[in-house]
Design a protein around this ligand. Structure first.
Ligand SMILES: Nc1ncnc2c1ncn2[C@@H]1O[C@H](COP(=O)(O)OP(=O)(O)OP(=O)(O)O)[C@@H](O)[C@H]1O
Ligand code: SF4
Ligand SMILES: [Mg+2]
Length: 326
């Protein structure tokens, strides 16, 4: 099958240089994403999911944080070679981050209508009637009731869920090819979360954008994603199509994560139930970073970090158990 690749991340490393040492928040992450595809990134708190996303946007917190190496090929161009003004154009149009706290993405002193019409106003010459119609149409696409009235409202006059949909409408107007959604760690109200997921799907339907969906919840991955990457201590340890990963997990960490999910439809705090702690990112062992918690660990695991093995088509995992040569 031919895949139309949108994003190709190669050996990405993002480190924090602190007084006590170098924190390797992202340490050799590689993956690809096709156009229109949805990739879930899962992993324990602190495993580097958000830093991976912020690295793609070139928004790693400074000072201290720095992308030290790698390539981020987006639509055929390396984002790590772009200057900051080129990057802000890409962030405004091509790559949209949709946060769950929508207040920070909206301007409190501009009406919803003005914020929606902004994109078109700067682009082309449109009559104000035409701009207005487009704004109303965008609100309709994200299922906002009485859109004509909402156009005149200000962000503080709307509910949180409604504001989130406005952010979604603005995202649609920009026709991004990549959307990054980073779920907060705190559990959300279930209704708000469902609305958020539905909004992302609506945006994807309208724009054909690919989505990177960062979450703690395998149930959501099953519902939302085509593929899934499992992160552990700054690296992707397994990457596969969703059903392949669920039914044929190969990495002991994935197995442990899935083993602690009794029912995929049920939202549970699954990540806390694996015994032991992830390693310190400023003092990583030379071998497999999961070794201290792994029930299958053997001699080689302590000495050398496992390379990536191809398990099946589009299914990769980094574990020495998969090495049938030695
Ligand atoms: N400003 C910073 N200085 C030093 N280290 C940092 C800084 N910000 C993040 N880190 C380190 O980077 C690692 C990865 O953080 P990241 O926010 O990507 O985790 P995450 O997987 O998104 O976790 P969560 O699920 O809790 O959101 C963390 O373990 C943290 O120690
Ligand atoms: S490489 Fe070894 S320690 Fe690491 S996950 Fe595989 S078996 Fe476990
Ligand atoms: Mg995070």
């Amino acid at each position: 099958m031919n895949h139309d690749v949108l994003l190709e991340v190669e050996d990405l490393r993002t480190h924090f240089f602190t007084r006590t040492g170098v924190v390797k928040a992202v340490d050799g992450v590689s993956f690809t994403l096709d156009r229109g595809e949805t990739l879930g990134i899962v992993g324990e708190s602190g495993s580097g999911k958000s830093m991976t996303a912020l690295s793609l946007m070139r928004l790693v917190p400074e000072p201290g944080g720095r992308i030290v190496s790698g390539r981020i090929m987006f639509d055929g161009e390396d984002l790590l070679l772009k200057d900051s003004s080129e990057m802000s154009v890409i962030r405004g149009r091509e790559i949209c981050m949709i946060l769950q706290d929508p207040m920070t993405s909206l301007n409190p002193v501009l009406s919803i209508g003005n914020q929606l019409m902004e994109t078109y106003r700067s682009d082309e010459r449109h009559s104000s009637r035409d701009l207005w119609e487009r704004g109303v149409d965008l609100l309709r696409k994200v299922r906002i009731p009485a859109p004509e009235i909402r156009m005149r409202a200000f962000p503080h006059q709307m509910s949180g869920g409604m504001r989130q949909r406005v952010v979604g409408a603005i995202a649609i107007s920009r026709m991004p090819s990549l959307i990054i959604a980073d779920e907060p760690t705190t559990s959300l109200d279930a209704t708000i979360q469902l609305q958020y997921l539905r909004l992302l799907k609506d945006i994807q339907k309208e724009t054909g954008a690919a989505i990177i969906f960062i979450t703690h919840d395998f149930g959501i991955v099953a519902r939302m994603c085509d593929r899934v990457a499992v992160m552990y201590a700054g690296r992707i340890v397994e990457n596969a199509d969703v059903s392949e990963l669920f039914y044929n997990p190969q990495h002991p960490y994935t197995e442990a994560l899935l083993g602690s999910v009794p029912d995929l439809e049920q939202d549970v705090e699954w990540l806390t139930s694996i015994a032991g702690q992830p390693p310190n990112l400023d003092d990583m062992p030379p071998g497999c970073s999961f070794e201290p918690r792994c029930p299958y660990a053997f001699g080689r695991c302590v000495e050398e970090y496992p390379r990536e093995f191809l398990v099946a088509q589009r299914h990769r995992a980094s574990c020495w158990r998969l090495d049938d040569t030695g």
